[in-house]
Design a binder for this molecule. Structure first.
Ligand SMILES: [Zn+2]
Length: 184
């Protein structure tokens, strides 16, 4: 009889699903996430509001430079962003130049658009962001290379023009205008 009771007890136990350990129990407001994928590491993120926030560990791509633990946010609003690559432009009338555009890697894990969830390239120009897939970014850069070749062609043409005409000295031009003005 005793054996039978133990057998019944073990049988009852086997019917109980394994309980999660404390480490496996995620806080109620944190969505469980699948196993860490290659190229990601766990980083602390501040989830909540300024008045009430807690730290959760989230997967974050190794290229991400966001400090997810500095400003409280919702999990849905977390995006990953790399350091930006910038290109500026200067002119001889405005030597300090200005930022032309900058590009960075981005991923928005909670986005409804799967292309935004994947790593993509964000390019900002005059405050307007554009989002490119890797294929689109490569096509864009090929356009930039062609544009660069064309601008080099313009530079060669300008140099040839100036060498041929030789009268591009602005002081000479101004003196000429004064002489002409006085003669009129
Ligand atoms: Zn990140």
């Amino acid at each position: 009889m005793a054996q039978s009771a133990i057998s019944q007890h073990i049988a009852a136990l086997s019917g109980i699903p394994p309980q999660p350990t404390v480490a496996e129990q995620a806080p109620a407001t944190v969505h469980p996430f699948p196993a860490l994928k290659p190229g990601n590491r766990l980083v602390p993120a501040l989830i909540g509001t300024r008045k009430s926030a807690h730290t959760a560990w989230i997967p974050c791509p190794t290229w991400c430079v966001e400090r997810h633990h500095e400003q409280p946010t919702t999990l849905e609003d977390i995006t990953h962003t790399s350091a930006s690559e910038d290109v500026g432009i200067s002119s001889f009338l405005k030597p300090d130049g200005s930022l032309l555009m900058y590009a960075m890697l981005q991923a928005d894990p909670a986005a409804s658009d799967p292309r935004l969830r994947k790593a993509h390239i964000g390019i900002e120009h005059e405050g307007m962001p554009d989002y490119l897939t890797p294929d689109m970014a490569e096509a864009f850069v090929r356009d930039l290379f062609a544009f660069g070749e064309a601008v080099l062609g313009l530079a060669r043409a300008a140099r040839l023009h100036n060498a041929a005409t030789g009268d591009s000295d602005p002081d000479m031009d101004e003196a000429l205008r004064r002489v002409r003005g006085g003669a009129a």
